[in-house]
Design a protein around this ligand. Structure first.
Ligand SMILES: [Fe+2]
Length: 451
C-alpha cells in the first residue's frame, strides 16, 4: 500500500498515524534475511534505531514525538546479517504511568524513551529528553533505568555528546519549570561528575546541543513552553517573537557562571551536525536550521530545515550565520570519531519537496563536503522514504568518510522496508537487506561496534 492508496478514513488521522509513520502492532525476530550485495566483513556489532510506536491500546498520541519508543536492530558479523528484531522499550510510561505527579512535579523515571539509542561505557541507552536514560541490551531487551549511581535527578537529553578523545559523555536536561536547563557531565567510566544549572531566558525547548574539544554550546532559542497547548495535550511549545535567540558557550567542566552568551538570528534547531574549534579559537557549529517552528495559529508541523554554519569568533557578541545549501535536510550525522573535532563530511536525508507536506518525504541521502561546498546525493526513487543514516568506519584507522552509511528506507511499492549499507565516499550500494515488513519512520540510531 502506498501513501496515495490509503483508505479515505485513514486520511483523517494525523500524519504520524498514517503511511509509514503509522506504528506497527507486534514484535518480531527474523533470521535468514534476504541480502542483495555483500555485508562488509569488518562490520561486527549491532545497528540500533529508536522511534515512536504507540501501542493501539493507547489511541492516538497528541504529537508524533509522544509515542512510546520501539527499537529496531540488526546484528552483523562475519560478513552476514544475523537477525533483525524490534522491541518496545519497556518503560513505566508504556505500562501507563504518568510523568507528572499529583503535585505537578515531574517524575523523571517516567518517559517514553523513543528518540535515540546511544552506547557509552559498555552500556546502551534508549533516550528521550524528558526523563532518565533506559539501559537496553544489544538484543533490544530493556534492562532498567540509569541514574549514574543515584546522582542523576533530572531530565537527560536524547543527544548526549561523547568526546572521542576523553570518552566523557556531555549532556543536559531541560524542563518547563526552573531549573530550565541543567548540564550533566559523565566520565568515561560512567561516573556522574558534574551538574550545573545554566541560566537560560525561560522555558525554551532544547533538543540538542553542541560540543567541541574544549567547550559545550547550549541553544537558547525562541520555541518556548505554552501552557494553553499543554492543557490541550499537544506538544506544549510554540515559536515566540519576543524571546531572544542566544547561544551559551561554556568551557567543558567549568561552573555555569562562566557561560558566555552570544546572540544569534531567531530560528529553531533540533539537530547539530557537529561543532569544533579553529586554531584561533573560533567556534564552528553546523546545524539543520528552521526559520521558525510551531508558530501558533499555523497548521504546519514542520517547515524545511537547511544546513547552516554558525561561527563565533573569540570575543564576539554575536554568531555569524552562513547558509550552506538550499536543500531541505534533517537528521545530519558525521563520522562519530570526529565528534567535537574538525570534520569535513556530513550525511543527511534530503528531498526536493519536503516543504510541501510531511507526506512528501525525503527520498535521497545527501553527502556534504564542507570543505569544497559540494553536495552529492543518492536517490532511492519515488516511493522510497528515507530515515536517518549513520556512519560506521571501515576500520579503526580508516580516514574520515572511509566508511559505511547505514539506515532504513521504506519502499512504498511493497509496503516494507530495506536496510541499506552504502559506501560513504561514493554513496554506492554495498548491501541491501530486504525486510519482509515495515520499519516505521523514526528518529535516531547508532552503530554499536563490538556489542
Ligand atoms: Fe533528535
Amino acid at each position: 500500500m502506498t501513501l496515495e492508496a490509503e483508505a479515505p478514513a485513514a486520511r483523517k488521522l494525523p500524519f504520524y498515524m498514517r503511511g509509514n509513520y503509522a506504528p506497527i502492532a507486534d514484535e518480531a525476530t527474523l533470521t535468514d534475511l534476504r541480502v542483495e550485495g555483500r555485508v562488509p566483513d569488518g562490520l561486527e556489532g549491532v545497528y540500533l534505531r529508536n522511534g515512536p510506536n504507540p501501542p493501539a491500546s493507547k489511541g492516538v498520541p497528541g504529537h508524533w514525538f509522544m509515542g512510546d519508543g520501539m527499537l529496531h536492530g540488526l546484528r552483523f558479523g562475519g560478513g552476514r546479517a544475523h537477525w533483525y528484531r524490534n522491541r518496545w522499550v519497556r518503560t513505566k510510561a508504556l505500562e501507563g504511568a504518568k510523568p507528572m505527579r499529583d503535585d505537578f512535579s515531574r517524575d523523571y523515571t517516567v518517559g517514553v524513551a523513543n528518540t535515540h539509542v546511544v552506547p557509552h561505557n559498555g552500556n546502551i541507552y534508549a533516550l528521550v529528553e524528558s526523563s532518565l536514560p533506559t539501559r537496553v541490551s544489544p538484543e533490544l531487551e530493556t534492562l532498567g533505568l540509569e541514574d549514574f549511581g543515584g546522582k542523576l535527578d533530572f531530565a537527560f537529553t536524547a543527544h548526549p555528546k561523547i568526546c572521542p578523545v576523553t570518552g566523557e559523555m556531555h549532556a543536559f536536561g531541560y524542563g518547563f519549570a526552573p531549573p530550565y536547563l541543567v548540564y550533566h557531565r559523565i566520565g568515561a567510566d560512567g561516573t556522574y561528575l558534574q551538574r550545573e544549572e545554566i541560566a537560560v531566558g525561560g522555558p525554551t525547548m532544547i533538543h540538542d546541543f553542541a560540543m567541541t574539544r574544549n567547550h559545550v554550546i547550549f541553544m537558547d532559542l525562541p520555541v518556548v513552553f505554552d501552557l494553553e497547548i499543554a492543557l490541550k495535550g499537544g506538544m506544549p511549545y510554540a515559536f515566540s517573537d519576543d524571546y531572544p535567540a542566544r547561544l551559551g558557550i561554556l568551557k567543558r567542566g567549568a561552573p555555569a557562571s562562566e557561560t558566555r552568551w552570544v546572540s544569534v538570528a531567531p530560528c529553531y534547531v533540533f539537530h547539530v551536525s557537529n561543532a569544533y574549534e579553529e586554531a584561533d579559537g573560533t567556534i564552528v557549529i553546523d546545524v539543520a536550521r528552521y526559520d521558525e517552528l510551531w508558530r501558533r495559529g499555523t497548521k504546519k508541523n514542520f517547515d524545511p530545515a537547511r544546513m547552516h554554519r554558525w561561527t563565533v569568533a573569540p570575543g564576539a557578541s554575536a554568531a555569524r550565520e552562513t547558509p550552506i545549501d538550499s536543500r531541505a535536510i534533517e537528521f545530519p550525522r558525521i563520522d562519530e570519531r570526529l565528534n567535537g573535532l574538525p570534520h569535513r563530511f556530513a550525511y543527511a536525508p534530503t528531498g526536493e519537496n519536503l516543504a510541501a507536506d510531511e507526506e512528501e518525504n525525503f527520498s535521497q541521502l545527501a553527502r556534504y563536503d564542507m570543505a569544497s561546498g559540494a553536495c552529492t546525493t543518492r536517490d532511492f526513487g519515488r516511493g522510497g522514504v528515507m530515515s536517518e543514516f549513520v556512519h560506521a568506519p571501515k576500520g579503526p584507522s580508516s580516514s574520515e568518510d572511509d566508511g559505511w552509511l547505514m539506515g532504513f528506507v521504506y519502499d512504498g511499492a511493497r509496503n516494507a522496508s530495506d536496510f541499506w549499507i552504502l559506501d560513504a565516499a561514493t554513496l554506492e550500494t554495498q548491501a541491501r537487506i530486504i525486510l519482509p515488513r515495515r520499519v516505521p519512520q523514526g528518529f535516531h540510531g547508532s552503530w554499536c561496534p563490538g556489542f
